[in-house]
Design a binder for this molecule. Structure first.
Ligand SMILES: Cc1cc2nc3c(=O)[nH]c(=O)nc-3n(C[C@H](O)[C@H](O)[C@H](O)COP(=O)(O)OP(=O)(O)OC[C@H]3O[C@@H](n4cnc5c(N)ncnc54)[C@H](O)[C@@H]3O)c2cc1C
Ligand code: FES
Length: 510
């Protein structure tokens, strides 16, 4: 069965092979201890762990379970930090680096524990991970990284002569033992079933509109029913309840993946990463009679490139050069990651908000472990327990050493506002072929126009309802993407990724 996605056009290997049940819409006002918005790995991990402690939990999602970026991941479960420990140590210091290694290691073990206890059939596998140099002059980076990794407490990591790949020579590599992989949507399904067994309630197709903390905390859905609660957790990948504070501290990037068919057993099962920027990430997944080699990379800032098919092509070329046993490309998909300027997720109390409103965001390429850390950390905070990772992941933190990264991302955002004064991509909607979208100028307004496969043109304001940037057409995914903070809308303007929490408006309202 293929999971339907009415937002992005592409289908991941997990969506094509999962059997995630759909949840019904919330129909009436209800009360609960904790209302969690978002049924991705962050929301469901938090819900499951709170449910295990006897708290009553309601989860709302405006799509389906795992229908956000959790269904589009590649699901490497790793403590080999993708921003590198050298950089993390520079930005946060040695003690923080140790806690980061500890928390990601703990997250992998927590997933394994849940899979075992709940008997979740999700292909969980312990594996080695190998980091190798993308270019010969990157070899020194590996030595520096090994020293930083050891200082962070991962003393089992070692330098080896090459990664265990026969088809190409990687040169020296770092071997990270006790990494893992799984099928993310089958894991989500297991978490959801266990949550419901513990009395948790899950609602799909339920969009959370107004979110209020304080003594009368409540979440109003866009179709009417209200959830009253003691605590709200906003696990919507990027917070839809925060207008500015967090969104200047993280930046959205689109990343691309292909899944290619290779003979079963022809490639050693492990996780592989190179040191490129953007880097390549590689793993295997077994299907009937063959393996699928999953290769990701080619990231760019959301809404600032529209050449996804070229990027898939470059991933294919990179893969063919290194794995000549590959045959057809079976899957092509993309997704978005939120990159925090200082490399660490934001998990905890929402800045400038009531004390009973929590967020989890800034997943970067490590959202499987960050989402699980969110589950553990938020459960402790909500249950009033101390957690050693609280300050590290605090959404209110400011790391002065990350100011250059902060400035560079925000100068980039400021540059996007010049789109107001430029001409449109097309002069008239008759310039559009079916399946295309473009920005058009109408008087002083910018209008987003999409012509669907049946030839009908859909027109809407091109102005993002978050903070007013002009959206851009993504022809690979048939979406409108905001180049400022990563809001995304389907071809007809329906929001499916924040921080915007509403649709593109009709053109006359712009
Ligand atoms: C291509 C790709 C490869 C990746 N590879 C890896 C990897 O190998 N390892 C790793 O650790 N991480 C990886 N990541 C990152 C990881 O997949 C994500 O960080 C993680 O899945 C995010 O989980 P989440 O729960 O924060 O968000 P999501 O899974 O996006 O869940 C958020 C949910 O909130 C819902 N929602 C949003 N707004 C509302 C609203 N107003 N009302 C109701 N519901 C709402 C959405 O429908 C969605 O289901 C990758 C990501 C991508 C895109
Ligand atoms: S996402 Fe912030 S302006 Fe669009």
């Amino acid at each position: 069965m293929t999971m339907k996605d009415d937002a992005q056009a592409s289908t991941s290997i997990w969506m094509a092979t999962a059997n995630t049940p759909s949840q019904s819409r919330l129909k009436e006002n209800i009360r609960t201890d904790v209302c969690i918005i978002g049924a991705g790995i962050a929301g469901l991990s938090t819900a499951y762990l709170l449910g295990r402690e006897g708290r009553s939990v309601v989860v709302l999602d405006d799509g389906s379970i795992g229908g956000g970026m959790t269904g589009r991941t590649t699901a490497h479960l790793t403590n080999a930090y993708d921003d590198r420990y050298v950089e993390i140590e520079r930005l946060h210091g040695g003690e923080a680096s140790r806690l980061i290694a500890e928390s990601h290691t703990a997250a992998i073990h927590k997933i394994n524990e849940i899979v075992t206890v709940e008997k979740i059939d999700c292909d969980f596998d312990w594996l080695d991970g190998f980091l190798f140099a993308a270019k010969s002059d990157h070899v020194d980076l590996l030595d520096d990284e090994l020293a930083a990794v050891h200082r962070a407490g991962l003393v089992d990591v070692e330098k080896v002569a090459r990664a265990p790949l026969d088809s190409f020579y990687t040169g020296v590599a770092l071997r990270f033992p006790k990494q893992a992989q799984f099928h993310p949507l089958n894991y989500m399904d297991g978490l959801a079933r266990a949550l419901m067994r513990d009395g948790g309630r899950l609602f799909g197709q339920t969009h959370a509109g107004k979110i209020e903390g304080g003594a009368d905390a409540r979440v109003e859905t866009s179709h009417g029913p209200v959830v009253s609660c003691e605590v709200v957790v906003v696990a919507t990948n990027t917070p839809v309840n925060d207008r500015v504070a967090i969104h200047t501290k993280q930046a959205p990037y689109v990343t691309y993946v292909i899944g290619v068919r290779v003979p079963k057993g022809s490639i050693t099962r492990a996780l592989y990463w190179d040191t490129g920027d953007p880097y390549h990430y590689v793993r295997l997944q077994t299907e009937d009679g063959y393996d699928v080699l999953i290769v990701g990379g080619e990231d760019h800032k959301t809404g600032q490139a529209n050449d996804g098919f070229d990027r898939f092509g470059r991933l294919e070329q990179w893969t063919r050069e290194r794995f000549p046993q590959m045959t057809e490309v079976k899957y092509r998909w993309s997704g978005q990651v939120m990159e925090p300027v200082d490399g660490l997720a934001f998990i905890g109390r929402n800045p400038l908000d009531e004390d009973n409103v929590f967020i989890a965001t800034g997943d970067s390429g490590q959202g499987m472990t960050h989402g699980t850390i969110a589950g553990m950390l938020l459960t402790d905070l909500i249950q009033g327990r101390k957690n050693n990772w609280e300050d590290l992941y605090s959404p209110s933190r400011i790391r002065l050493k990350a100011l250059p990264e902060y400035a560079s991302e925000n100068i980039n955002v400021a540059g996007q506002y010049t789109d107001y004064i430029t001409a449109g991509d097309i002069k008239s909607e008759s310039d559009l072929r079916p399946g295309e979208g473009a920005i058009m100028r109408e008087g002083v307004s910018k209008v987003a126009v999409h012509r669907d496969r049946d030839g009908t043109a859909h027109k809407m304001s091109a102005v993002c309802p978050h903070l007013g940037c002009v959206v851009a057409w993504n022809s690979t995914e048939q979406t409108w993407d905001c180049p400022c903070h990563g809001s995304r809308f389907n071809a007809e303007g329906r929001v499916y990724h924040g921080p915007a929490n509403g649709d593109l408006s009709p053109p006359t309202e712009s």
